[in-house]
Design a protein around this ligand. Structure first.
Ligand SMILES: [Fe+2]
Length: 368
């Protein structure tokens, strides 16, 4: 990153809500990104930087347009409102298990659904928002919110009509509701699960389905999507071992979002996978674990190397992403050079470059 007059480094104690990061914030002593550049800070983020991650200082933008900030703050507040509502409906994973899902709770879920669909139709910057959500503790209701945001984005990429989008979003918000019926000790257990504990966890799709059935306000579409979100395309999933199109379309979408979120989230025992690693894994699961068409729509919606991103190549050269291919891990790039006449290489279609690949994203550098 090149420091200039538009940014300044300030102590974490002096951060205020509404300030915007001028660079990625990295956890001290690691290379893990806590917050991305251009994040509008809120009080929770500031608290986490200070208390959980021991960050000392942060690069902040000094000049920014007030209207941009107001807009970003509004989007930020919506996410927080949704998160708070979900928390009140689900309860945190540390609380005692739930035994019913009330009419009031389902009304709240409908409100969050409407809110999310409206804001996600207007906003393409979904990855950024999800990463912001990932910097907090990882509870079921947060995972459900991220999966809903991603499912709607995939639905958008698939051209799903608005009414089915509503069912999709509701089902995604509720897909792991059944986890809240399971004993806290099992859900929050940090170590390896016994066979019995694992069997109890695997009951969560049915448990969620039954809660919704008892509630009485849900369509078969929504309830089935909750029931089937751990089925796999080749029939090796659970609980019903359904195959291919026996698994409802909405469930197949939620499965893709669910696995992607699990791979890219923080876990106590491992670092999150990078976007590119997770997407490579998921491409490998097309037609076995996942529906091929849905994976294609997912990859199109979540290109890991967006146009303008600066990348390091496997041969040590730097380049800029010029456009994306159907294989989003192998875009068209332009090699960086002093006078701007670097070679343009199509990493997917030009077989001469089969052994050349993108090694990493060069973080914190902007492309003019
Ligand atoms: Fe689940």
């Amino acid at each position: 990153m090149q420091a200039d007059a538009s940014m300044m480094k300030i102590k974490v104690e002096e951060l205020e809500s509404g300030m915007v990061t001028a660079d990625n914030v990295i956890e001290p002593g690691t290379d893990r990104i806590l917050l991305l550049k251009d994040t509008v800070l809120d009080s929770v983020m500031i608290f986490n930087l200070k208390e959980r991650y021991n960050v000392n200082d942060v690069w902040i933008k000094t000049a920014f347009s007030a209207s941009t900030v107001a807009e970003e703050m509004r989007a930020e507040i919506n996410i927080h409102q949704s998160l708070n509502t979900l928390k009140s409906v689900f309860g945190s994973d540390d609380e005692k298990p739930i035994t019913e899902f009330t009419k009031e709770a389902s009304e709240q879920i409908t409100n969050v659904t409407n809110e999310l669909i409206t804001s996600l139709y207007a906003d393409d910057n979904i990855l950024l928002k999800m990463h912001q959500l990932q910097s907090y503790d990882d509870y079921t209701y947060k995972h459900c919110l991220r999966v809903a945001m991603m499912s709607v984005t995939i639905g958008k990429s698939l051209g799903l009509p608005r009414n089915r989008m509503h069912d999709l979003c509701e089902a995604a918000l509720l897909h792991d509701l059944g986890k809240r019926t399971i004993d806290v000790g099992i859900i929050r257990k940090p170590g390896r699960l016994t066979d019995d504990e694992f069997a109890a966890i695997k009951k969560h799709p049915q448990n969620g389905y039954l809660l919704l059935r008892k509630n009485g306000g849900y369509t078969e579409e929504v309830m089935n999507a909750v029931l089937m979100h751990h089925e796999k395309f080749d029939g090796s999933g659970y609980p019903l071992k359904l195959k291919g199109e026996q698994i409802t379309y909405l469930a197949r979408i939620i499965t893709v979002a669910d696995v992607y979120d699990a791979l890219t989230s923080n876990r106590p025992y491992r670092q999150p996978w990078s976007v590119a690693e997770a997407e490579e894994f998921m491409m490998g699961g097309a037609n076995t674990h996942f529906d091929y068409d849905i994976i294609t729509a997912f990859l199109a919606a979540f290109a890991p190397y967006p146009v303008g991103e600066k990348v390091m190549l496997s041969d040590g050269r730097k380049a800029v992403v010029v456009s994306n291919n159907t294989n989003v891990l192998r875009p068209v790039i332009k090699i960086e050079s002093e006078n701007g006449d670097g070679e343009t290489i199509d990493l997917y279609n030009n077989f001469k470059y089969l052994t050349l690949s993108i090694k990493s994203v060069i973080k914190g550098e902007t492309i003019e």
